[in-house]
Design a protein around this ligand. Structure first.
Ligand SMILES: Cc1cc2nc3c(=O)[nH]c(=O)nc-3n(C[C@H](O)[C@H](O)[C@H](O)COP(=O)(O)O)c2cc1C
Ligand code: SF4
Length: 524
C-alpha cells in the first residue's frame, strides 16, 4: 500500500493543477465554470462516434453506411457467411421511398438452386463502350461493377495497390481519380484514366494540359478509357488545395508538380468553357488516343445536359459514356454544406439526365455509369432499372479493404491505413491480403445482381426494367418506378440488338435451377 500513499498526493496535485488551469483559461466557458469535470464532455465528444458505432447504434442506423450494410460488405469480402437470420429488421411498409423489387414466378431466366452458385459468373456490360461512336479502341467492359475514381494522395499507396490488384483478380476496371496515374496503379488492373481540372499526370511545367504527355501516359499503362471529371457529387463546383506539406516526392512525380509546394486544383477546366468546346475536346482526345471518352458529373441545373444532348444530336460529336455521381457520394474532404446539400441524390439526378438523353433519342448510344452508394445490391438494382449500364463503387470498395467508417479521411489519421499518407498507418494495410478481399466483395456483388436479375426473370441486371421496381410511400401504398421518375415504358433498357447480344453472352454460363428432371406426369 506504499504506492497508494505516494500516488494519492500526486494525483491530487495533478487534478488541482488542471483545475487551476481550467479556471484561468478563457477559451472554454464550460471549463471555467466546471473545472476538470467539464473535460468529460470533450472526451465524450471525441469518442462519441466510436461509442455510437460499437455500442449504441442499431443495425439500420448510422450513415453513410448502416451497420447491416457494412457487415454485408465485410462478410462478402472475407467470404464469410453474409446471410442475415430471422428475416428483415427494416420497417419496410412504413418507410417512404423504400424500393421493392418484383420477382416473377415464371421468368425467362431460371434462378440457380444453390445459394453460392454464380459467384464466378461473368457479368459484362450490355453495351460496347465507344461502340456507337466507332472509337478505335471500343470495348465491352468485362464487369458491370467497377471501382470508382479515388486518387493516390487521398488514398494511401497500399490502398491503391490493393484495389488495383483486386480489380485485376475480379476482372473489372479501376478509375485512377484525378490525382494522376501512380506506380500503385500499375499492378495488373485495367484503368480508366481521369482528367480533372489540374490535369495531373498529363500537364506541362506551367500546369497546362499536354496532349503529348497524355498520349505517353496511356501508352504506358493498361488504360481502357478516359473520363473528364466535371464534378463530383460530394463537392460539385469546388476546386481544391493540396498543402505543400502533403506533396511528397511520390505524389509530386505522379501528378507532375513540384514537391513540397502548395498545389491548387482549379474549380473549372481550362481546355473548354462550354458544351460546344467540351465536345470538341472529347473528339480530340478520342481521335488522338483511340480510347472511349466520357464525362463524370453531379447533377444540378439541367441546362448543361439539355445543351449537351442537343449538340450531340445535331452535330454528330459526342461522349461515349456519362458517369452520374449522386449527392450522397463520398469524398476525401469537403465542406459540410457541399456534402449535405449541393447536387441531387443519385436516383433523382440520374433519372433527369437519362430522360434528357432519351428525349434526344441518344440513350441507347451512350453508356451510363452511376455512383453514390451503388455498391449495395438493392441500390444497384434500382440504378440498373433506371438505365444504368455500369455501377462504380467507391467507399464500399474502401470498406472491403478494411475501412471502418471512422470518417477521419480528411485528417490524415485514418486508423486503417486506407485514406492517409502517414507511412506508419498505411503500413498496417497489407495490399496482397486486401486485394483478395476487394475481389471477393466485387464478385459477391455481381453474383447478387445476377441472382436478383434471374428472380425478375431476366439474364442480366441491365435487362431489369422500371416495371420491376416499385417505391413504397410509407403509408401502405406504392408507385411504379417509371411513374416516380416520369419514364416512358421502354426507357431504362439497352437497344433491342444490345439486349439480344447480352442474352446470348450470358446464356452459356447462366446457372439453371431445378434439381431433378420432371416426372412423367409433368404438364409444363
Ligand atoms: C477518399 C475518396 C476520394 C475520392 N476521389 C475522387 C476523385 O479523385 N475523383 C472523382 O471523380 N471522385 C472521387 N471520389 C468520389 C468517388 O469516386 C465516388 O464518385 C463517390 O464516392 C460515390 O461512390 P460511393 O458512394 O460508392 O463511394 C472520391 C471519394 C472518396 C471517398
Ligand atoms: S477508416 Fe475512417 S478515415 Fe479511414 S478511410 Fe475509412 S472512413 Fe476514412
Amino acid at each position: 500500500m506504499r504506492w497508494a500513499r505516494r500516488a494519492v498526493p500526486a494525483v491530487t496535485a495533478a487534478v488541482a493543477a488542471l483545475a487551476a488551469r481550467d479556471l484561468m483559461q478563457r477559451d472554454h466557458a464550460l471549463l471555467r465554470n466546471f473545472p476538470v469535470l467539464g473535460r468529460a464532455r470533450y472526451l465524450l465528444e471525441a469518442i462519441g462516434p466510436e461509442l455510437r458505432q460499437y455500442i449504441v447504434a442499431g443495425n439500420n442506423e448510422e450513415r453513410p453506411f448502416t451497420r447491416d450494410q457494412r457487415r454485408w460488405v465485410y462478410a462478402s469480402a472475407k467470404q464469410e457467411n453474409n446471410y442475415f437470420g430471422f428475416g428483415t429488421d427494416n420497417d419496410i411498409e412504413y418507410t417512404p421511398g423504400y424500393p421493392i423489387i418484383k420477382h416473377r414466378t415464371f421468368g425467362r431466366a431460371v434462378p440457380s438452386s444453390t445459394p453460392t452458385a454464380g459467384h464466378d459468373v461473368r457479368l459484362p456490360c450490355a453495351k460496347v463502350l465507344g461502340g456507337a461512336r466507332g472509337r478505335a479502341r471500343a470495348f465491352r467492359p468485362e464487369s458491370v461493377v467497377n471501382i470508382s475514381g479515388m486518387s493516390f494522395g487521398s488514398l494511401s499507396g497500399n490502398a491503391v495497390t490493393a484495389l488495383n490488384r483486386g480489380a485485376a483478380l475480379a476482372g473489372c476496371l479501376q478509375n485512377t481519380g484525378e490525382g494522376g496515374l501512380s506506380p500503385y496503379h500499375r499492378n495488373g488492373g485495367e484503368l480508366v484514366f481521369q482528367l480533372g481540372t489540374a490535369y495531373f499526370g498529363c500537364r506541362d511545367e506551367q500546369g497546362r494540359f499536354s496532349l503529348d504527355r497524355l498520349r505517353d501516359l496511356v501508352a504506358s499503362a493498361p488504360v481502357k478509357a478516359l473520363e473528364i471529371k466535371l464534378s463530383q457529387g460530394a463537392k460539385p463546383s469546388l476546386g481544391g488545395l493540396l498543402p505543400g506539406a502533403k506533396v511528397s516526392a511520390e505524389i509530386a512525380a505522379t501528378r507532375g508538380i513540384p514537391a513540397g509546394q502548395d498545389c491548387v486544383s482549379p474549380s473549372r477546366h481550362a481546355e473548354f468553357s462550354d458544351c460546344d468546346s467540351l465536345l470538341d475536346w472529347v473528339e480530340l482526345l478520342a481521335a488522338e488516343t483511340g480510347l472511349p471518352v466520357g464525362i463524370k458529373s453531379a447533377v444540378g441545373d439541367l441546362g448543361f445536359w439539355q445543351e449537351l444532348a442537343t449538340l450531340m444530336r445535331d452535330t454528330g460529336r459526342g461522349v461515349d459514356f456519362v458517369t452520374i455521381d449522386g449527392g450522397e457520394g463520398g469524398t476525401g474532404a469537403a465542406p459540410l454544406i457541399f456534402t449535405d446539400s449541393v447536387s441531387l441524390p443519385f436516383q433523382q439526378g440520374f433519372s433527369r439526365v437519362y430522360k434528357v438523353f432519351a428525349e434526344h433519342d441518344l440513350h441507347e448510344q451512350v453508356v451510363f455509369a452511376g455512383g453514390g452508394k451503388l455498391g449495395l445490391p438493392d441500390n444497384a438494382i434500382v440504378a440498373f432499372a433506371l438505365g444504368c449500364d455500369l455501377v462504380n463503387v467507391g467507399r464500399e470498395a474502401m470498406l472491403s479493404i478494411g475501412c471502418v467508417q471512422a470518417q477521419k479521411c480528411h485528417t490524415d489519421t485514418c486508423p486503417t491505413g486506407v485514406a492517409t499518407q502517414n507511412a506508419w498507418l498505411a503500413r498496417g494495410l497489407d495490399p496482397t491480403l486486401k486485394s483478395v478481399r476487394a475481389a471477393n466483395y466485387l464478385r459477391t456483388l455481381r453474383r447478387d445482381l445476377v441472382k436478383v436479375a434471374e428472380a425478375c426473370g431476366v439474364e442480366h441486371p441491365g435487362l431489369i426494367g422500371t416495371d420491376a421496381v416499385e417505391i413504397l410511400d410509407g403509408r401502405t401504398g406504392s408507385t411504379p418506378l417509371h411513374e416516380v421518375y416520369g419514364y416512358r415504358p421502354d426507357w431504362g433498357l439497352p437497344s433491342p440488338a444490345d439486349q439480344a447480344e447480352i442474352v446470348r453472352l450470358m446464356a452459356p454460363e447462366a446457372p439453371q435451377g431445378g434439381s431433378a428432371t420432371p416426372s412423367p406426369t409433368a404438364v409444363g
